[in-house]
Design a protein around this ligand. Sequence first.
Ligand SMILES: NC(=O)c1ccc[n+]([C@@H]2O[C@H](COP(=O)([O-])OP(=O)(O)OC[C@H]3O[C@@H](n4cnc5c(N)ncnc54)[C@H](OP(=O)(O)O)[C@@H]3O)[C@@H](O)[C@H]2O)c1
Length: 245
Amino acid sequence: MKVVFLGATKGIGRALARLMAARGDALFLLGRDAADLERSARDLEARGARGKVGTAACDLGDASRFESALDAADAALGGFDTVVLTAGVFATQEKLEADSALAASLLNANFTATILFCEAARKRLLARGGGTLCVFSSVAGERGRKPVILYGATKAGLSAYLEGLDHKFRAAGLRTVCVKPGFVKTSMTEGLKPPPFAGEPEPVAQRVLAAIDRGTPVVYAPPMWALVMMVIRNLPRFVMRKVAF
Ligand SMILES: NC(=O)c1ccc[n+]([C@@H]2O[C@H](COP(=O)([O-])OP(=O)(O)OC[C@H]3O[C@@H](n4cnc5c(N)ncnc54)[C@H](OP(=O)(O)O)[C@@H]3O)[C@@H](O)[C@H]2O)c1
């Protein structure tokens, strides 16, 4: 595969990029910290990535640079066939309620900017006959829940967008993979109390890579979260008002 990756410097993205490198995929990294990107690129080359791993600046806070970042990836890879977007931000509901600037930036990064990036990427993939667009949403988007009202709303919108893409463009060759992680121990969740069934980045990345290879439209990871969310989706509203999760 020839993969453009936004968010490979940390967490689940780093674990997934390492698996891709180890099997010889070609990679191009996008991100907002040049030094971090270079370090990650050298790490992936050492792990077996095909050819030189190139990098370009791309910040979800600046949509005006998405096209030039994808141009750089296209030039370096000779036309990419897979786009992975793990980049995203989290803040607690308390912090977001207390800080409207923080809320605005999270809402923009996780919803508007993420979707604009996906639009730029999927147009390029469709223009060359198709490819895979793998994007990280969250189980937090499955139901309105007290601790993740704003973060969850961005992921609910993102999941709906990805489902729509899958319905409209699958026949034209676009394979959309919407990843819905449950709680995974990464820098994003540092300091939060892990719930039962909390996962580690590596097994989650293995499950996501298998979903990318198969073109699975929706994947829960760790898999137990599919069951957990089936229960939560079916809880009546009067119960949801009482519980804290
Ligand atoms: N961990 C979980 O429990 C969990 C659960 C459900 C869903 N998810 C979702 O899964 C995805 C990956 O999560 P993770 O836990 O691996 O997160 P993470 O360890 O915090 O890594 C996030 C990645 O996103 C990048 N990023 C953040 N803001 C960015 C911006 N404005 N522009 C460009 N890149 C940016 C980070 O780069 P920098 O180094 O520049 O910050 C980093 O590479 C996210 O979309 C998250 O919402 C995670």
